[in-house]
Write a protein that binds this ligand. Structure first.
Ligand code: BGC
Length: 449
């Protein structure tokens, strides 16, 4: 019989003030905008897997109050969202006052519900006029982006607690300039790397611009500026293959660390989006079959085949500890029609995060992707990422079971022991006095049949 003294039944608490939130992005939830490169891209048949266009999406533009109510109901104390550049600057150099006012209302509504705001300035979509100039390849790209950044800072800056200058530049470059699955649909290695370098420069400039616009002269106030970067955990399938080990180092550096190396000194915090774990097998060229097809091994995967590997976040967090900066998990989630998977993923990922914090990593917040099913880029509406489903036609938000799981965690600022049952750790049944008047003994190492 196990010794109950070794078995902790209390909540695994996160540090006081830990941020709990939801992450969203404008184009994926707002709806009703046809002024960016994505709304044009979607209209070409064959580009979106389910043949959909984003359209009204979930009409967050009009329903943001109700959505923020749901975040409050979750017990959140923070919220990550993005502004849509093409709404704020629909034509080059013309600022749309009404859209700025709209976002000011949204940010105020978030604060009114006790949510700190993390604002992403650029989350994948570009105004069509900017795309037509050549997008990030335009010689004017940096000047135009920084002008936009400054305008957002001046008009919305007093309502923002944390800034992400951009979202996942590595994903943007690989989807837009390597695989060509996203606009501008280019497949060219050299061009892709030139854009990557330009985005690193854009971040450095935006970092400085935000500090210039927002910091008080005597530095009594300093803006908190970073970005949200996609990070992956990767391991060699065969631990003894030197070539694969080298492959892991190369991919890890290129995907996880190159951007941070190019932007060193321009982060007040690190924003990490964690979704992926890869097992590298046969490091060769061309890189067509680098990775093990984990479905063959019957591993837990999302609906689109990504391996679900919560333990990977521990490795990633330990790895990023080297930058000595506060870390926010700016996105984590999965596309799954099976909500049990979502519950499991949330609990298991947060348990690993808890261990990382206890091992000394300065993790300060977690933002789940996302509140409700939404428009998942080239996958359209088939990928279900939401704590809430969306009812067709009415667009009503229908909370799933995972909504309650996340709510319990946020409200407790930690993982109630009870929650561990989702990851195969049995817990006491509700306390029921036995007929003899003797209470059942808690012994969750030996669950009663
Ligand atoms: C992006 C989101 C996307 C999510 C799920 C992240 O890469 O920031 O826009 O919806 O992952 O794929």
């Amino acid at each position: 019989m196990s010794d109950p003294a070794y078995h902790r039944h209390e909540t695994r608490h996160f540090p006081p003030g830990f941020l709990w939130g939801i992450a969203t992005a404008a184009h994926q939830v707002e709806g009703g905008n046809d002024k960016n490169d994505w709304s044009r891209w979607e209209r070409v048949p064959g580009r979106i897997q389910d043949g959909s266009v984003s359209g009204l999406v979930i009409d967050h533009w009009h329903r943001y109050e109700a959505d923020l109510d749901l975040c409050q109901e979750l017990g959140n104390n923070a919220h990550r969202l993005s502004v849509e550049w093409s709404r704020l600057e629909p034509e080059e150099g013309r600022w749309d006052g009404e859209s700025f006012l709209h976002y000011a209302d949204v940010l105020r509504a978030a604060h009114a519900r006790g949510l700190k705001v993390m604002l992403t300035i650029w989350h994948f979509t570009l105004p069509t006029w900017f795309a037509d100039l050549g997008g990030w390849e335009s010689p004017r790209a940096l000047e135009l982006y920084i002008r936009f950044v400054r305008e957002v800072a001046r008009r919305l800056g007093d309502q923002v607690d944390f800034w992400c200058t951009m979202n996942e530049p590595n994903v943007y470059v690989s989807q837009g300039y390597l695989s060509g699955a996203w606009p501008p649909g280019v497949k060219a290695i050299v061009r892709s790397q030139l854009v990557a370098l330009k985005l690193a420069k854009a971040h450095r400039l935006a970092y400085r611009a935000l500090h210039e616009e927002l910091d008080s002269p005597e530095q009594a106030f300093r803006a908190q500026v970073g970005l949200a970067q996609n990070v992956l955990s990767i391991e060699a399938y065969d631990q003894h293959s030197v070539l694969d080990w080298i492959g892991v180092q190369v991919i890890d550096f290129w995907w996880n660390h190159l951007y941070h190396t190019l932007t060193r000194g321009c982060h007040d915090f690190l924003g990490l989006n964690y979704y992926f774990h890869f097992r590298l097998k046969r490091f060769n060229w061309p890189p067509t079959s680098f990775f093990v097809e984990v479905r063959r091994e019957r591993r837990d995967t999302s609906d689109v085949g990504w391996e679900l590997n919560p333990a990977g976040i521990f490795r990633v967090l330990k790895d990023f500890e080297r930058y000595h900066l506060p870390i926010y998990i700016t996105e984590n989630g999965l596309p799954s029609q099976n909500d049990d998977r979502r519950k499991r993923l949330i609990v298991a990922t947060l348990k690993e995060t808890y261990h990382a914090i206890n091992s000394g990593v300065d993790v300060r917040g977690y933002f789940f992707w996302s509140l409700a099913d939404n428009f998942e880029w080239e996958k359209g509406y088939v990928a279900k990422f939401g704590l809430c489903a969306i009812e067709p036609v009415t667009l009503n938000r229908i909370p799933r079971g995972s909504f309650s799981v996340y709510r319990e965690i946020c409200r407790a600022n930690g993982l109630p022991h009870e929650m561990l049952r989702y990851i195969g750790h049995a817990v006491d049944q509700p306390y029921e006095p036995l007929a003899t008047g003797v209470h059942a003994q808690p012994d969750d190492e030996h669950p009663k049949p």
